[in-house]
Design a protein around this ligand. Structure first.
Ligand code: SF4
Length: 333
């Protein structure tokens, strides 16, 4: 069953063409054509979302898997994804749903919200594929989830224009935003995007009062230059604050890119560099005795221990303060 819904955020042009205004690509589409994301289509001069309520993936995950380390640690979240993406990352880890033709099942906002409640989760994470490209469904579902007392989390590439983002943010509680490095050429050539709109999304989300964490996958020899990463970290500190959690994730070969996995030394050097500027820096996809834990930025106590997805926030008070020195940490309990 195909669910077609007229898209929000587009303008009509001459000769039945339309310009999509959802993401910074601003695709101009002749009748019958689809955007770069493959899921928005011009039909006789109107733009339609082709994936409203079409679900490719649904699972209950630890919230740490998003990754969100500072938002309701230890809780479960219902995770849902659709098809399509507005980026073309050559190393995509979810390429089957982002760029392939996976099986999908129809889902309504009501059913999804009830599932999240029945399964005793903290809320819904719009993830796996890029949530921006089923904007209308996320907006409807998140509004309903909010009414029913659930949290809404976006795991996103952040490539969305400010106007739709401002409509969505009031019903979003937390975001993990993928900042794919600080190299324009890498973003343009390997991803088909740009980091400035992504950082703008992070700033707008922060201004709207959402909790944000950032993830950067370090791709061997492509975006892992320490000097570039240092510039990125400085911008994060200056524009988003030194308490913004940052996750460096280790690359493994996927999809069209077959480079060696990120060297351990590269991961550790990036971690050390970033820790000198930000309070909370983590390493993902790699074993490390300290880089998954949260330490108090004031007294250095271990406050949240993580081993895999086993989480022990024993060093925190119920209000998210350090049990030893009383420092209030940037953790939402
Ligand atoms: S959401 Fe899709 S159709 Fe719209 S501008 Fe972005 S890539 Fe193009």
């Amino acid at each position: 069953m195909r669910v077609i819904r007229e898209a929000k955020y587009y303008v009509k042009l001459d000769e039945d063409r339309v310009e999509c205004r959802l993401c910074p690509h601003t695709c101009i589409l002749a009748p019958g054509r689809r955007g770069l994301c493959r899921v928005r289509e011009n039909r006789e001069g109107r733009l339609y979302s082709r994936n409203y309520g079409l679900c490719s993936s649904l699972a209950v995950d630890p919230i740490e898997k998003k990754p969100l380390y500072h938002f309701h640690p230890g809780r479960l979240i219902l995770s849902v994804g659709t098809v399509g993406c507005n980026f073309a990352c050559q190393f995509c880890q979810n390429w089957e749903i982002a760029h392939g033709e996976p099986e999908v099942v129809p889902l309504t906002p009501e059913v999804l919200v009830e599932k999240a409640r029945d399964l005793d989760t903290v809320g819904i994470a719009y993830t796996y594929s890029e949530p921006v490209v089923w904007f209308e469904f996320v907006l409807d579902t998140a509004g309903l989830a909010r009414e029913r007392g659930l949290k809404n989390v976006l795991v996103t590439n952040g490539f969305i224009r400010p106007e739709p983002l401002r409509e969505l943010l009031p019903v979003i509680d937390a975001l993990n935003i993928d900042v794919k490095g600080y190299n324009k050429e890498f973003y343009r050539r390997v991803i088909r995007g740009d980091y400035e709109p992504v950082l703008q999304t992070a700033r707008l989300a922060r201004e709207a009062g959402c909790h944000i964490e950032l993830t950067t996958l370090l791709v061997t020899g492509m975006n892992d230059d320490l000097g570039e990463l240092e510039e990125l970290v400085k911008r994060i500190r200056d524009e988003l604050g030194e308490s913004t959690p940052l996750h460096f994730s280790r690359y493994f070969p996927h999809y069209k890119l077959h480079l060696p996995p990120t060297p351990r030394e590269t991961m550790e050097r990036a971690w050390e560099m970033a820790r000198a500027r930000l309070h909370y820096v983590y390493l993902g996809n790699i074993e490390h005795p300290r880089a998954s834990n949260t330490y108090c930025p004031r007294c250095g106590s271990l406050v949240i221990r993580r081993r895999g997805y086993t989480v022990s926030p024993a060093g925190l008070t119920g209000e998210g303060a350090c049990g030893r020195c009383g420092e209030k940490l940037a953790v939402i309990m």
